[in-house]
Design a protein. Structure first.
Lengths: 141, 415
């Protein structure tokens, strides 16, 4: 299962903290850049991890963002403490957003989050329930 | 060839100002004196601007000799768009052109016409290629190199249109060739530059194009001579500029003159870095065009300019509202044909092969640097000769510096 696993970098993401929002994904991006990872892969990971982080900030009670490095792949793992996505199929539809109006006015939550993540990744797995949502996004090297 | 930035070791006090300001961390202090790594330098000019002791100065003796003693039969000066903002408000632009001519040129060409053409090309390309958003301007060579150096994944967003300097030089040279039957090497094109990055654009272009400019002259090195001629006030010759193209002198001018509505104009290195981060996060894919200019307020804030950027901007605005808009220039009529021929577009030069990547080795390297970093105090004071503690850790790992160059560590060791 964990064949080829080498290293994990983890970041705590606080709910509703818009001042720090984006710092976790930004750190991931900078780590990958300093390691010399291919620019095209970094671009995809930057977009996906930023979306994942913003989802935790906007929709959840807080959570963690992990970046797992393997021999030949990178996995972004987003785990939050709930309350879960009510209608997953709808959330996977482009253009749909559950973000409240007040947050959309700030320019967040255009409703492209999950479909965008799927589009940029090589593999996308999501499980959701009242206790939280786990998203596992894989990028092959 | 051309000018170079001369560094006066005697003047340098090792104050760390330039090192800390450098956006690509290309500067280190070695034995208390600044040293620039040319492989990392993007010619943005921040070090020149920030140095309190004027240790960096442009030297351009060679072009001067080239102009007066060379075998060029025809010498063309290309005027950059911010030039008219460099003289007292209300200075007649015809006098500026004549003053430059009197320095020994045969012809003066105003880059604003080329700027207007590139604006049209920007608009066309944005309308034609809707799959790339946002497009990033390729006018500022320092910004383009910042992207290459720190945001390589955004190279795909560059609009890849030649800068007005190149189009202006090409147009002026081709015209002289046709008119006087000169050969290429008999015509010298001199660009009067507001910034050091234009030199890099000429000597080491990022794309597969001929820059057409033979010499780049830093404006501040000939400012006094131009000024004296302006005071004499001879205005025989006058070529009206494109007012639309002149807007390129100021941040936002590229987009305005291309008649865009959905754009971001960002200037100043720190601001550019923030916007590039946003683009990398996928946040600005609803914006058509991003103008990134390394200098504050855009090219009016260029390192080789003499006047304060905000005053220069006001001067340019004065020219824009007090100059008669001229008839369409002949080049503009040829725009469509030139665009279809592909004259404005260019392709990026291929990167050197980075070699085989090993995740395992990359992690080991990172962890070793992290180990060194964790020992350091995290003050980013610069006393070791590196701009940040992390940069010092990297230097130690690469054997370019020693751990105990850190003054804080050295002091605690003695205790």
């Amino acid at each position: 299962m964990n064949e080829g696993f080498l290293k994990r970098y983890s970041f705590n993401i606080a709910a509703n903290d818009f001042m720090s929002a984006g710092k976790g994904s930004s750190s991931i991006k900078n780590i990958l850049k300093s390691m010399g990872i291919d620019a095209t892969v970094i671009r995809k990971i930057a977009i996906v991890s930023y979306e994942a982080e913003m989802n935790i900030v906007i929709h959840s009670l807080g959570g963690e963002l992990h970046c797992d490095l393997y021999d030949n792949k990178i996995i972004i793992l987003s785990e939050d403490a709930g309350p879960g996505i009510e209608d997953l199929n709808l959330a996977l539809t482009e253009g749909y957003s559950t973000a409240p109006e007040s947050i959309r006015e700030l320019g967040f939550g255009a409703g492209m989050g999950l479909p965008n993540m799927m589009k940029y990744s090589d593999d996308f797995k999501i499980t959701t329930g009242r206790d939280g949502t786990v998203i596992k996004i894989t990028f092959l090297m | 060839m051309n000018f170079s930035i001369m560094f006066d070791k005697e003047k340098c006090k090792g104050c760390t100002n330039c090192m800390k300001r450098c956006p690509t961390q290309a500067i280190r202090l070695i034995d208390g004196k600044a040293f620039i790594n040319n492989l990392k330098c993007i010619h943005c000019g921040e070090c020149i601007k920030v140095c309190p002791y004027n240790a960096y100065t442009p030297e351009s003796i060679e072009w001067y000799e080239e102009m007066h003693f060379s075998s060029y039969k025809y010498k063309i000066a290309v005027l950059s768009t911010p030039l008219y903002g460099q003289f007292p408000k209300g200075t007649d632009i015809c006098k500026v052109q004549n003053a430059v001519l009197k320095l020994g040129f045969d012809y003066v060409y105003d880059a604003s016409w080329a700027a207007e053409m590139v604006s049209r090309a920007i608009k066309k390309k944005i309308n034609e290629e809707k799959n790339i958003r946002p497009f990033i301007s390729t006018n500022c060579p320092a910004a383009v190199r910042l992207i290459k150096n720190r945001y390589p994944s955004l190279m795909d967003n560059l609009i890849l249109l030649k800068e007005p300097m190149v189009i202006a030089a090409m147009t002026a040279k081709e015209r002289a060739k046709a008119k006087f039957n000169y050969k290429d090497e008999e015509i010298g094109v001199f660009y009067i530059s507001p910034c050091p990055a234009k030199l890099l654009a000429v000597t080491d272009p990022v794309g597969d194009y001929v820059p057409y400019v033979d010499w780049v002259i830093p404006l501040n090195t000939i400012y006094g001579q131009i000024y004296k001629e302006i005071i004499k006030g001879d205005d025989k010759l006058c070529l009206y500029p494109s007012l639309n193209g002149l807007k390129w002198a100021v941040s936002g001018g590229q987009s305005e003159s291309a008649d865009l509505t959905n754009y971001i104009a960002v200037n100043g290195m720190e601001n550019i870095i923030q916007i590039l981060d946003e683009i990398e996060n996928g946040n600005l894919s609803n914006v058509d065009f991003v103008e990134t200019l390394a200098c504050v307020q855009g090219c009016v804030g260029g390192t080789f300019n003499v006047i304060n950027p905000f005053i220069a901007q006001s001067n340019i605005n004065y020219v824009l509202s007090n100059t008669k808009d001229s008839e369409l220039n002949e080049e503009l009529e040829e725009f469509e044909g030139m665009y279809d021929e592909g004259i404005f577009k260019f392709k990026l030069n291929p990167d050197e092969n980075p070699g085989k990547f090993s995740m395992k080795e990359a992690i080991i390297k990172r962890e070793k640097i992290k180990e060194i970093y964790d020992v350091l105090p995290g003050l980013d004071c610069g006393s070791c000769g590196a701009p940040t503690c992390y940069a010092h850790a990297e230097d130690v790992y690469n054997n370019d510096s020693a751990l105990y160059e850190c003054v804080v560590l050295r002091a605690s060791k003695k205790e």
